[in-house]
Design a binder for this molecule. Sequence first.
Ligand SMILES: [Zn+2]
Length: 86
Amino acid sequence: MTGTILSILLAVVVAYGLFRVGISVMRTLSTPLPEPPPPGELRRVKISYRCSICGSEVRMTVATEEEPEPPRHCMAEMDVVARADD
Ligand SMILES: [Zn+2]
């Protein structure tokens, strides 16, 4: 008789444990993926830069701000050669 009660208690404990594990797995699976940054955070720009050391030119088309920091080339910041707002 005692054995029966013990096995019922054990079954309840095991079932509860499985229930908790299942809930945490469901939570992990249902966690939404991080959303991409809203479109307003990226700005369309059209800025050309030239490397004052080697003469290479690049054009930046998308940036996180309207006055982005100039990219570096040859270990130096590039110079703005053209800026078009549209
Ligand atoms: Zn360069």
